[in-house]
Design a protein around this ligand. Sequence first.
Ligand SMILES: NC(=O)c1ccc[n+]([C@@H]2O[C@H](COP(=O)([O-])OP(=O)(O)OC[C@H]3O[C@@H](n4cnc5c(N)ncnc54)[C@H](O)[C@@H]3O)[C@@H](O)[C@H]2O)c1
Length: 372
Amino acid sequence: MEFLLVNLKAKINQFSYPIKIGTNILHTLPKEISKFTKSKKVLLIIDKNLFNVYGKPLIKYFGKHNFKCSFLQITAGKKCKDIKNLLKIVNYLEKNKFSKDSTLVVLGGGTIGDLGGFAASVYYRGMNLVSIPTTLTAQIDSSIGGKVAVNFNNNVNAIGNYYHPKLILCDYKFIKTLPNRDFISGISEVIKSVLITSKKDTKFMSENYAKILKRDKQVILRMLKKIINIKINLVKRDERERNVRMFLNYGHTIGQAIESSLNLKSEHYRHGEAVALGMLCVAYMAERYFKVKDLYSNHVKIFKKYNLPLNIKKFSKSKNQMLNIIYKNIFKDKKKNHTGIRFVLLNGIGNPNVVSNFNESLIKESISRLIR
Ligand SMILES: NC(=O)c1ccc[n+]([C@@H]2O[C@H](COP(=O)([O-])OP(=O)(O)OC[C@H]3O[C@@H](n4cnc5c(N)ncnc54)[C@H](O)[C@@H]3O)[C@@H](O)[C@H]2O)c1
């Protein structure tokens, strides 16, 4: 049964687009596209795993509404965000005479969304983009805010852009088929969002964990609405990440260093799992920096409820080697500025601050404790 929970509006600088959250709302897509373009030409960039279940019915809906929908299936995962796939998409668009007013629809998780979104942003300096995020991470985070990118030379998001879609459709039914590890990885980003913004929402996540883990429709839809609103509100105040948007990088500076300590081609850590470890590191640092109590243990309490990782898996011969690899990777981080690496630290839940110039020993100590 179709159910539209809410129709949010993302207003980011001169851009304004709807984010529709509900269940079984995909069939509305052709009509929604007709609201912003007369072109009936659509290229669907779809996660290969999702083609049979979600792609085929969507292509049928387009057919019913006299759209000409072609598609490219791409294998999802970190390694799909590369130049080869980017050129494959652009080549297809160009060879098949797509114009700026035709529409690229991306259906998949954060990796497919980042890749397809970047392709849409560069094709003749930007064509219509619609995002159908299918993982929790993509629904609450990567599809909103305009960041699109591909990786380059093992560097995450080295070639990227800011580009907003014309529409985001967020359907609960995708959450139902998500593998557990990917669901939990998304929960890590949800927890990040509540930790940086509100004690009340952190309590909501803590109290409702059993229902959330069961993927209860009502609670998940409530959660989606809350977290998507948090993201919209931060991004609209600071699209280019000069101040408050940086808070969303909570746990990311060290988390991404852990993630990229393993070759990007291996899927050792999901993004959210690495971010959870990064949050533990900065919670430890924040307790010392701000002299706040119980921050670390409060993180551990909520992480345990959702089975998020509390330790870094072994990826090299010795603990020291691992520590040095991770530490070195922190400095590759794009959030480095002329004053040094910046960390988002909480002076208590809901009170984020950007702090730079940390001494090496405290950073290393925070990581080393997690290596078993
Ligand atoms: N642009 C941003 O602001 C931003 C923010 C956060 C993360 N990201 C990017 O997002 C990536 C992580 O995205 P992700 O976690 O969505 O990973 P993903 O796209 O790799 O998807 C994870 C897995 O889930 C499968 N899958 C997707 N949807 C499914 C569904 N509904 N049912 C069953 N299986 C499904 C995919 O086939 C894949 O195997 C990161 O690597 C990062 O590059 C971008």
